[in-house]
Write a protein that binds this ligand. Structure first.
Ligand SMILES: [Zn+2]
Length: 76
């Protein structure tokens, strides 16, 4: 795996570890996942989610879909 660039590729700003809120609107259901670990640009606010985090988000999404949940708010 390549090391994550310390600079934002959009504005070259500084990137810091933080958290974000992930919202997924599936029409039949709305999934909100809070406290998602992310890398955030301190300058333009662009956010990146790491692969391992993306997999976890997908698992939460699949579970919500399988249970036919209309609104799911979870915290990572
Ligand atoms: Zn930036």
């Amino acid at each position: 795996m390549k090391p994550i660039s310390p600079c934002c590729f959009i504005c070259s700003g500084k990137i810091e570890k933080g958290t974000t809120t992930f919202v997924l609107d599936l029409k039949s259901s709305l999934i909100v996942i809070r406290n998602v670990p992310a890398l955030v640009c301190t300058q333009c606010g662009e956010e990146w989610i790491e692969d391992s985090t993306a997999i976890e988000l997908e698992q939460i999404t699949e579970r919500a879909k399988a249970h036919d949940i209309q609104v799911e708010v979870v915290s990572m």
